[in-house]
Design a protein around this ligand. Structure first.
Ligand SMILES: Cc1cc2nc3c(=O)[nH]c(=O)nc-3n(C[C@H](O)[C@H](O)[C@H](O)COP(=O)(O)OP(=O)(O)OC[C@H]3O[C@@H](n4cnc5c(N)ncnc54)[C@H](O)[C@@H]3O)c2cc1C
Length: 319
């Protein structure tokens, strides 16, 4: 088994990427197997630090004019065609996971992101990763080489590179190679901040039964007028009707409000886990056989819009 570590030397988090990979490698007994590192970088002044932090003695420095995944993938593909590497290891950040999956697809290999443990087997790589919002540890077997994995953030103690008596360094300058990419420009969007829904007293959860974005927006107004915060089920978040940080359930927020009102939610286990700690659950659903009906304290079998608009009128009249 041979492995190659891919690092982004253009990124400001280079040292932590490298130290995390170092920690992961030393936890997984890779000292006895052959490894090398490819570092993409833009600025010559940083070269010394990049070399000092590389996890393997054998290392390739690839100078690029800017970090562009399309071009990096092409360079990696050329590398893969000339080198006999079974396993590619990528860092835990978003860029590492993106490269990992795209590279495996191009090489017709197998990929897994967020890996926190691995065992090298005969013609397979056994990997572990946290699943269901870190509630369970899953075991995955990769069989198709090259195996491409990105490690999980914080899965290993950050460690500096081991002392190397001798480094074998090769350098390639790709700055003059024209960028043949379909990506013409890009910008970084600010990370969505947490919604704080895990701490609210009254939560309303909108499900696929709301049917469209305008209805979800109206539901948010109603929730606000009733003193509730709005969370959503996965189909609503995946449709982009509200930001992803409002997702309730095992893949999102685990809430524990005093009162939870669900509207157009069927009550699938993955969603229900996120509201089961509510003190009181009221479900509004047109289908009396929906599982939420059995799991709620009170179920109203009707159209959610009719029920909530009427409730709003009553609340407003009593103000
Ligand atoms: C690994 C994994 C993780 C997942 N994690 C999550 C998660 O964290 N959160 C999550 O939500 N899902 C998650 N899911 C998806 C989950 O299994 C369900 O598919 C999802 O919760 C269903 O959402 P829903 O109840 O809105 O939609 P549906 O199941 O389609 O239910 C819609 C409901 O609306 C009712 N309805 C329709 N019209 C009306 C109306 N006018 N008035 C009232 N009721 C109406 C229908 O009777 C139906 O019961 C996950 C799935 C997997 C495989």
């Amino acid at each position: 088994m041979r492995y190659t570590v891919i690092l982004n030397g253009c990124a400001s988090n280079f040292i932590s990427q490298a130290e995390e990979i170092n920690g992961f490698l030393s936890d997984h007994g890779t000292a006895s197997i052959k490894g090398n590192t490819i570092i993409f970088y833009c600025e010559d002044e940083k070269k010394e630090a990049l070399i000092a932090n590389a996890p393997t003695a054998c290392l390739q420095l690839v100078k690029v004019s800017r970090y562009q995944p399309e071009n990096v993938l092409e360079i990696l593909k050329q590398h893969a065609l000339t080198q006999d590497t079974d396993l590619y290891l990528f860092p835990s950040d978003f860029a590492g996971s993106e490269l990992c999956v795209r590279f495996a697809y191009r090489m017709v290999g197998s990929s897994l992101v967020g890996v926190n443990g691995m065992e090298i087997g005969e013609e397979k790589l056994i990997c572990r990763k946290a699943v269901y919002s870190n509630h369970m540890q899953g075991e995955f077997v990769l069989r198709q080489k090259p195996y491409c994995i990105s490690i999980a953030k914080g899965c290993a103690e950050n460690k500096p590179a081991p002392d190397m008596l001798r480094r074998v360094i090769s350098e390639v300058d790709m700055t003059q190679v024209s960028e043949d990419s379909f990506v013409k420009s890009y910008e970084f969007a600010a990370e969505v901040s947490p919604s704080g829904l895990e701490h609210v007293g009254v939560l309303m959860v909108a499900g696929r039964g709301v049917k469209k974005q305008e209805k979800a927006e109206r539901l948010e107004e109603i929730a606000g007028a009733l003193g509730a915060a709005l969370g959503v089920s996965r189909p609503v978040a995946m449709n982009g009707w509200v930001p992803m940080n409002r997702l309730i359930g095992v893949s999102g927020v685990m809430a524990k409000p005093e009162l939870c009102i669900t509207a157009g939610v069927s009550g699938a286990a993955a969603l229900f886990a996120g509201i089961e700690k509510s003190k009181y659950i009221i479900a509004i659903n047109t289908d009396e056989r929906a599982s939420i009906v059995k799991s709620s304290d009170v179920a109203i079998i009707d159209d959610y819009e009719k029920v909530l608009e009427e409730l709003l009128k009553i609340v407003k009249a009593s103000e």
